[in-house]
Unconditional design. Sequence first.
Length: 768
Amino acid sequence: MMRGSAALCAVAVVTLLVAVRPANADTYTVNSTADDVDAAPGNGVCATSSGTCTLRAAVQEANLHAGPDIVTLPAGIFVLALPGPGEDAAATGDLDVLQPLDINGAGRESTIIDGLKSDRILHSLTTALAVRDLTLRHGAAAPNPGGALLAQTGTLAIERVRFEGNSATDGGALLALDSLTISDSVFDRNSASGNGGGVIQTGSGTLTLTGTTFTSNVSVVTGGALVTVATGAVTVTNCMFSSNLASNFGGLFVGATSAFSMSGTTFDRNRAVTTAGGFGYSGPGTVSITDTKALGNFAPNGGGGYITAPTGPVHVSGSEFSDNSTLSGAGGGLLVTTTDATIQNVQFRRNASFTGAGGGLAVSATSIDLADVEASENSAASGGGLYLAGTNVALTRVRAVNNGGTIASGGVFVGATSASITDSTIEGNVGGQGGGLIVSGGSLVMTNSTLSNNRSVGPVALGGGSFISVASPSTLTNVTFSGNVADIQGGGLQMIGDLTLRNVTFADNTAPMGSAIFNGGTLTLGSSIIAGSAASHCAGAAITSGDFNIDSNGTCGLAGGNDRNNVDPQLGSLADNGGPTFTHLPASTSPAIDGGNPVGCPATDQRGETRPTDGNGDGSSVCDVGAVEFLDLCPTDPAKTLPGICGCGVADTDAALPNGVADCLINGELKARLARAKTIIAGLTGDPSETAVESELVDIANGLGTYVKQFKTQLVLADPKAKLDKLAKKTKKPVKKVTKAKAGKKLAKAKTKATMALDNLDRAVAPQ
């Protein structure tokens, strides 16, 4: 055994007094569990004085054979019982490995090497060591590193090995100073009085970690389970870190590496006394994290994940951060500090930063790009769901729902020179200033998004839906503010700066001052709707009219030539009317239809539907007022004389649908379409001549979802619990699939599935 610090890499030269044999690989098959030395080291025969081959004797023979060798161990418990002074020939104490060697057991449950807590088990001084299919337990190296195994030189490969109850100063189970590969292994209840309760790696090698579990390992300093500060790339795949503990980085710490990639890995209930309960990275390289879960981790500073990559970039995707928490640090679920951060398809749920920022996620970066991110039921002092600070910040298809902020922004806080928010939902959040959203900085472009049922409470209860403070001209287009509440002012929107709103809908927001809007700067409002029962919709500075607005009680002082005050816009309830966000759909008789500014009409509405359309049937397509464009499903109905509840003035009584238009008998029309689809399917034979009816069938399938969404509030259900939109979606694919099926069994099977789907939808709709 070699005493002293491994970090010094001071390896004594071992002088071999026996001639080295030719470099052909030998296999030594151990047949005794005793800890006896080889009788004649170097003679090529593993044999003790009693004629048996022990583990120690096999290693001694392999050490004196130049080239790679193999030691094969049967089932059994191999106890290292020969104590001795520091030496590197495997004669006493730990097993010193001097030549490339593979040590293979019969399985980690059946082959066990026990160090009796009196010494380290393996000490590698060779160019390559591989250990497979066994357990290394009760190794103890303190005051030196590597409790079970010290790989002081060369590469180390660990496969299907269990490390249990080992201890050392650094690397409670293992320390490696070169490239390290660990696969399908277990590290359980190892400990270090320094760094790396389970594993520590230093030097310039790479680390590849696959299918390995770390449970209940402890480090007094850094990395309860594993620490790597080597400069090579680190790859972690399909691993589990559970219930590990350290002062810093309870589970995993990666530092000084050129690239860090992690996928399919879970961090569960790890703890740190100071920083980062789950995992952390600090270094100059790139970071890629995919399909990873951090669940229930805790540290006073940084709960689940903690990433500091000054040069980055950092990419996190397809992952989940839930039930993590931190006391005063930012990022209860995940903290990222870098130049370029991309967070895609990630869920942040029930995380908390009790007195810090970003309950779910906190990011500080030059460029921040969030897409398909959900933050729900998180809490923090500021930015309960998300806290984002950077130069360029973009949110696309983000959902921040039911988060809380004790001081500011229960949902989302954005501090940026340039910010954009698209196709996003901010709903049910509660905070101080800016209940749902705070945007502070340079400019904001917000489109196709909904802020609903958020609340601003407390002594700075300003902006129930959002508080926007910008230094540069900013715009909101196709945005809905619905049911937001501020205890002081700005129920829907509190703003400072220069802000232009185009085709925005405010509905049923409340506050003592400015239920919809409190203007603290320069606000221009055009083609927008302000609706609700509050006494005063607007407060603060006067609003500049961009014309063509509707104010249901005329309290916003809009005086454009085409503004309409004291007019009911006839909005439906907030609902799924298509598109990525909930919206308020105007009734077919709403004055908002074709009532907007014909100049500068957005190309689409909040749902992504084309603007403008001819909503009132006068032959002219004009932009509607508000965030949603009304779609008339019967623009070519020859019987149409006046707009009716379904967009057709008179019922289209031809149930066979010769002109393909909607019927004012809404239930009857849907049932007629379903019946027609079933009739077509029943008659299909797979003959190429059926192109025309197949095309008609495809049109019916494609139109079911649109029809159901358009008349969702007017269709009468046979089953009140039925979800027509889901049933319509499930019907579309099997119906269209029938047209592609070949004649025979495949067609018969496809017809059966399609008919069943149509029947399910039909049964959910009551007779007309």
